[in-house]
Write a protein that binds this ligand. Structure first.
Ligand code: MIC
Ligand code: SF4
Length: 641
């Protein structure tokens, strides 16, 4: 039987388990990346494991999220991460050098390699033929220490592309189209391979837009073949030697095949408040726009920026619109400056922001009250922009630029002639903003710089045989990690201070939750389906741990969040009968009996003391996960073994 691209990479990296859909496999990880919002915690965990030097082929620590530095906290985190990187053998990408995924694609990604990153958009690397996955910080810490990364062997989906994108329609529209087809749950448990003749018409940055946004499908990752187009990109980045060809076998077996004819696509938008709430530009053309933001790890490549500059050239944005443009990396920004495109962007009335995540994670540029914001980003969850009642739409750079000019949602095709852009034969490569680690022999004497905001890891405790807790919070379907542990300019400075962070837990759903959870001492949370979708932030598990959450009971879980809960020693359980969700009410007093025996059988009995009812919950864990839960999480488990 032939193999898919992902299966080939898995086969070359598997260290234990069987390549059988649904069974647990352990993978050797070649590369890791962290960003600063999850990085501090990941490095605190790495230090706790106690390994003197990273064992990966390459590990990079990026600073791109918390660059607002409205107080000392972020700067202290940056300094801490820089000192850890120097000592332990990690490259340090300075603030301003760019968004982790964009820079990694440009300078470090290699076809055929495995990459995990403490950020859910790590699959961007799939655009260059990597098996690149988002993970919790603790998993990244373990991988840096040479430990394997455990996943459930995913199903294999294939998207067959035919045709060629029409003018004014771009890779972002392909992402929105697949979200329309599959929804935010449709990729759960699957790897999505992009293939077919149409692939040959897409450049690496376009492919990377598509693999980046595959995260919003809930997919484990997405991957493109590595072909002549990949070689061309690597050559232009001055690293053709990193090229290896990679394609699936003709007789590879897929669990689902989806056909998309690129020629038939139209400009699309994801409407508030979910990336799969798709409409066409035509349907929304009378909606007035207050703000447009172009950038983020989805759409900030040189190609996207040149296109935007060409659309804006010689024109002025509407008076009613505030437009921000954040190029994805220093490479992109300086090439835009060199060719004059930056002046075209500035002359249009745009505000140019630094090469960082910025507005995407609510770090400034929040929209006005009830404002309509068009963003080339990947998430439009409620409140994520920093303005609770904002209406955020996700769009392509073309649609964003066109709407900035007119002041209302605009099908870019109405602008007439599609401006040509010329991609340079080679990119400007200057890695001086990536600081190399100290030589191993000099590293031992180096100290770590810790600021007062950096607090230690929350305490975990082994799992008792009877768990009694209050049902302190009941939430609905599609709860994101942005609901559980919001981000934004006000909260992000506390990513390395779990006690302070806990004050904001579930703020979007119920501001009283932190106080009530503390008072309850032991808490169970009940959720609907796809609980924990979105960001990989392990803070969405560590903060609940700190607040006394011992189990989360939901209809279903998103992959990374379920792993983060187990890593934190919190049991994720599902209802045997999803209708039982309705039988539980907030503040019920719940008991989970015979936890150890239940871990073995995979079936748990939940006794609701308040209603007197009993219901069955399911928790099928691997041997390793059971041991981890019993030990109180991944850190105590790793230290023990
Ligand atoms: C995001 O896009 O939500 C983030 C911020 O990049 C997160 C990571 C984080 O919360 O720090 C992600 O996608 O994993
Ligand atoms: Fe940064 Fe936004 Fe990308 Fe997350 S999705 S890495 S916040 S640009």
């Amino acid at each position: 039987m032939g193999l898919t691209i992902a299966e080939k990479i898995i086969k070359a990296h598997i260290v234990s388990g069987e390549m059988k859909r649904g069974s647990e496999i352990a993978l050797k990880i070649d590369q890791t990346l962290t960003q600063d919002a999850t990085g501090t915690m990941a490095y605190i965990e790495f230090e706790a494991i106690g390994i003197p030097r990273v064992k990966t082929e390459l590990s990079v620590a990026y600073i791109d999220h918390n660059t607002l530095q409205s107080g000392f906290e972020n700067a202290d985190d940056h300094r801490y991460i820089q000192s850890v990187a120097k000592k332990y053998g990690i490259r340090f990408s300075r603030p301003g050098n760019g968004i982790c995924h964009q820079v990694h694609l440009e300078r470090f990604g290699k076809p055929g390699k495995t990459l995990i990153g403490s950020d859910s958009h790590t699959p961007t690397g799939g655009g260059i033929g990597m098996l690149a996955m988002g993970a919790g910080g603790m998993d990244v810490a373990v991988a840096m220490g040479g430990g394997a990364y455990y996943i459930t062997m995913p199903k294999m989906y294939k998207v067959n592309l035919t045709g060629r994108l029409p003018e004014w329609v771009s890779a972002k529209d392909v992402s929105l189209e697949i979200l329309r087809i599959l929804s935010v749950k449709g990729g759960v448990g699957a790897i999505i391979e992009w293939g077919g003749e149409g692939v040959k018409t897409l450049s690496v940055p376009e492919r990377a837009t598509i693999t980046n946004m595959g995260t919003e499908l809930g997919a484990t990752t997405s991957v493109f073949p590595s072909d002549e187009i990949t070689r061309e990109f690597l050559r232009a980045q001055g690293r053709e030697e990193d090229y290896v060809p990679l394609e699936s076998d003709e007789d590879a077996v897929y669990d689902r095949v989806i056909d998309i004819d690129l020629s038939s696509l139209n400009p699309l938008l994801a409407c508030p408040h979910s990336p799969d709430n798709i409409k066409s530009a035509k349907e929304l053309s009378d909606v007035a726009v207050d703000q447009v933001c172009i950038g983020s790890c989805t759409n900030s490549s040189l190609r996207d920026m040149l296109r935007v500059a060409a659309i804006l050239k010689g024109k002025k944005i509407a008076d009613s619109v505030s437009l921000s443009v954040s190029p994805g990396s220093k490479q992109v920004l300086s090439m835009l400056a060199d060719c004059g495109a930056l002046s075209d962007i500035l002359a249009s009335g745009a505000r140019v922001l630094e090469c960082a995540c910025g507005p995407c994670i609510g770090m400034g540029f929040s929209p006005n009250s009830a404002g309509v914001s068009l963003r080339t980003f990947n998430r439009n969850f409620e409140g994520r922009s920093g303005t609770r009642d904002a209406e955020v739409y996700l769009v392509s750079p073309e649609l964003a630029a066109a709407s900035a000019l007119t002041g209302h949602i605009t099908d870019p095709r109405t602008l007439g002639k599609y401006p040509e852009i010329t991609m340079p034969e080679s990119f400007k490569t200057d890695d001086s903003a990536v600081i190399m680690p100290a030589a191993e022999k000099d590293a031992e004497s180096l100290g770590i710089l810790r600021g007062p905001n950096i607090k230690s890891f929350p305490e975990t405790s082994p799992l008792p045989d009877t768990l009694e807790a209050n049902l302190t919070l009941k939430v609905g379907d599609n709860i994101t990690t942005d609901h559980i542990m919001p981000a934004g300019a006000k909260i992000l400075p506390y990513r390395s201070n779990i006690p302070k962070l806990s004050e904001f837990c579930f703020e979007v759903c119920d501001e009283t939750f932190p106080e009530r959870a503390k008072a309850a001492k032991n808490t169970f949370i009940v959720g609907g389906s796809n609980y924990g979708q979105g960001s990989s932030r392990e803070h969405a598990a560590l903060v609940p741990l700190y607040l006394g959450v011992r189990a989360v009971i939901a209809k279903s879980f998103a992959r990374i969040h379920a792993a983060n809960l187990i890593n934190a020693g919190i049991i994720p359980l599902t209802f045997e009968n999803p209708d039982d969700y309705d039988r539980l009410s907030r503040d019920d007093s719940l008991v989970l009996e015979n936890v150890k025996a239940s871990l073995d059988s995979g079936k748990f009995t939940l006794y609701d003391k308040t209603s007197g009812e009993k219901l069955t919950l399911v928790g099928e864990f691997t041997k390793r996960q059971k041991e981890m839960l019993l030990a109180g999480g991944l850190l105590p488990y790793t230290k023990k073994s």
